[in-house]
Write a protein that binds this ligand. Structure first.
Ligand code: FES
Length: 164
């Protein structure tokens, strides 16, 4: 579904004032998982602020995404404990394999890769959160296995959809 179709529902809830911009963006993000260019334009127009202001708000708060997330969300913890145990190597390896940088989504919309601060499980470092599930003591090799599992699942899903 295109974001523009239902945006009126969100816009109508807020007065046309700049201070409501952040609420508009939060609602768009929670409904669609990201804020498209079109949505950003509509939100800024509604709030009466320039587009540049909308983008600076969205980039200031890490929780906003400006592009769609992949089916699988891979977050590598880069807190001190994880960093010391080789998290950077895992990010570099994932980046190379998926051909994306941290903060990006693969073109086929299968994976989103990002780095995060301490996720509160330092004793299990290095930690990677895959689709909200904590994976502990990760290595590039273990991550490879995990990628294969996800790849197989996605292929199975595609097959099932093809048979439906
Ligand atoms: S530093 Fe990674 S869980 Fe704390």
């Amino acid at each position: 579904m295109h974001q523009g179709e239902l945006l009126d529902d969100i816009l109508d809830q807020y007065p046309e004032k700049p201070e409501y911009l952040i609420f508009l963006l939060q609602d768009i993000q929670s409904k669609y998982g990201y804020i498209s260019q079109d949505s950003m334009g509509q939100a800024c127009e509604h709030a009466g602020v320039p587009l540049t202001q909308g983008y600076s708000v969205a980039t200031f708060y890490q929780s906003f995404r400006l592009d769609p997330s992949g089916e699988h969300d891979i977050r590598v913890c880069m807190g001190t404990a994880c960093h010391l145990k080789g998290a950077q190597r895992i990010v570099d390896d994932l980046s190379r394999k998926l051909n994306i940088k941290s903060g990006e989504t693969t073109q086929d919309l299968r994976y989103t890769l990002s780095t995060v601060n301490c996720v509160g499980a330092c004793a299990l470092a290095p930690v990677i959160v895959v689709d909200e599930e904590y994976k502990s003591g990760m290595t590039a090799k273990k991550m490879d296995k995990q990628l294969k599992i996800m790849e197989n699942e996605l292929t199975e899903d595609t097959k099932e959809q093809g048979n439906a």
